[in-house]
Each structure stands twice: as structure tokens, then as C-alpha cells.
Write a new protein. Sequence first.
Length: 159
Amino acid sequence: MESFSVSISPVDGRCRYWAKLVRANEHLPMPETVQGASDICGSYLQLGDEEIMPGDVLFEGEAMHHRRSRGWLYTVSSVTPAGALLVRNSKWSEFKSAMKSEGGFDPMLLRGSGDLAACVRFAHIARLGGLQNLRARTEAAAAELAVNAVIALKKKGNE
């Protein structure tokens, strides 16, 4: 079993920060029900090091400025059933577009707006084994399709 050590700490120690770890045996909410960090199961983690294993999902949120309201940066780290560490912290709309263009996903995963809903959506897909519901023959092929779809969307946006 592959595991990864992760540091639970903000980039800027002056900013507000939270982290939650959802273990593989714990339920993830549906994206449409997530309005804030309190809607994600699990307790808030203390600063320090944590070990994440296949099926575990680490959610982190950090304020973008320590005094002014400039939004939050959300990061999701997950270990796939194959033992790969996936980390994502931006371009949530591109990820959702890639899901829609490839098809094969439960439409319930597409519901819900906002960055935290997108984080939970990504966590569900990671738990499925790197986009297992795509019409691909293996988990590796499915993950490669998702990466290629995101790359294609980036290229298309730059043209």
C-alpha cells in the first residue's frame, strides 16, 4: 500500500487556514450539498504532518490575504486506488468541462456550484480510480484521457 506524507500548514502563516481529512472508509457528500467546509465530514486537522493512503482525501482552504477579503484558495490531495498522489488547486471549471466532454459520469456529480463543490467533485472522481467511469479500458487509460482533455482545453483557450 502506497502512502504519502503531507504537511498541514498554510503558505502564509498570517492567513486563515483549515484542513480536513476524509479517510477512505468515510462518506463524501454530493457536490451540490457543499456550501462550506463544515459540510465536509471529518474534524479539522492540527498543523503538522499527516499520512494519506489510497482512498483518503485531504481538503485545505487558505485565505488569499491576512487582512482583506480576497477569496480563498482550495486544494485537494488524494491517493488513487492505484497509489498515485493527485493534487489540484485551481481551474475547477476546466475540470468540470473535461468531465462533461468525456461523458460517462453520474450526472449527480456535475451538480453544485462553487470551488468547494468542485473540490468534492474532484475527490469523488479520484476515489473512482482516476476517472474510472470514463469509457476507458483501464484506470491508467482513463487518467490519461482526463489529462489530455484538460491539456486540450488549455490549448483551445490559448488560441
